[in-house]
Write a protein of this length. Structure first.
Length: 250
């Protein structure tokens, strides 16, 4: 019995160390990817609490046939197939989830499902049972999501056919319930990033190649996605302000 207890303690310790190392490596990659995007930003507009930085396309895959940010005061950001993710702590002030979310982005995820950016599809697990299902919402992400950082990722070279598949897949999944187990992938249950990943997989965009938990960091580090929009909070004289970076040729 003593050996079993020691083995269990050792195994748990190994898992914790592995998770910390993985999170730090992922965080290093993520910071590099975000810095590559924000370093190209040019300040073009400013309000009392928000600075807007235009990021000119530099890579062939940075497609702006559909705009990212249409108006500075518009919440309709992105287009069909774009993915929102956050690094907010899903368990309020619990330090472990806060640590992980800051590094591997386990906050929340959603899909933009209208070409004009007006709607998202997502699933949450912190409402009541009837509401913890795949739903569509008005796209309020840029102003209503309380998070230190927010990213919008766009698929590389996405086709009209793939966008139509995404819309059809979302419609087929409306009303399906939240997956509280996380460990086991049910055929008709999802958690937020799992839902996004599995819809995109049906459009032949594979965002979970390791077949483990689908995390925000899988999306950021994916070779099939790129940053189109990034928002971060910062403090000035104890006041929370924001910097917004968005792809634009204008």
């Amino acid at each position: 019995m003593k050996r079993k207890i020691l083995f269990l303690i050792g195994f748990l310790f190994f898992i914790i160390i592995y998770c910390i190392i993985y999170a730090e490596i992922a965080n290093n990659d993520i910071n590099h990817i975000i810095k590559d995007f924000t370093s190209r930003g040019e300040l073009v507009y400013e309000t009392y609490d928000t600075q807007f930085y235009k990021v000119k396309p530099q890579y062939d895959y940075e497609d702006l046939s559909n705009p990212v940010l249409r108006e500075y005061d518009s919440t309709y950001i992105g287009t069909t197939g774009d993915i929102f993710i956050t690094d907010r702590n899903p368990q309020d002030n619990f330090f472990l989830t806060g640590y992980l979310s800051n590094r591997v982005w386990i906050g929340h995820s959603a899909l933009v499902i209208e070409d004009n950016g007006s709607k998202t599809a997502e699933i949450v697990g912190n409402l009541n049972w009837e509401s913890n299902v795949v739903q569509t919402f008005t796209n309020w992400w840029s102003i209503e999501i309380d998070t230190p950082r927010l990213l919008l990722l766009r698929p590389k070279n996405i086709t009209l056919e793939q966008k139509n598949i995404i819309k059809e897949s979302v419609n087929e999944k409306l009303g399906l319930h939240y997956n509280y187990t996380f460990l086991f992938q049910g055929p008709n249950t999802y958690y937020c990033s799992d839902f996004v990943s599995r819809v995109m997989k049906e459009a032949n965009i594979d965002l979970n190649k390791d077949r483990l938990f689908t995390l925000g960091e899988d999306f950021i580090r994916s070779k099939d996605l790129y940053i189109a929009y990034y928002k971060e909070e910062y403090y000035e004289d104890d006041i929370v302000k924001q910097r917004v970076y968005f792809l634009s040729e204008d």
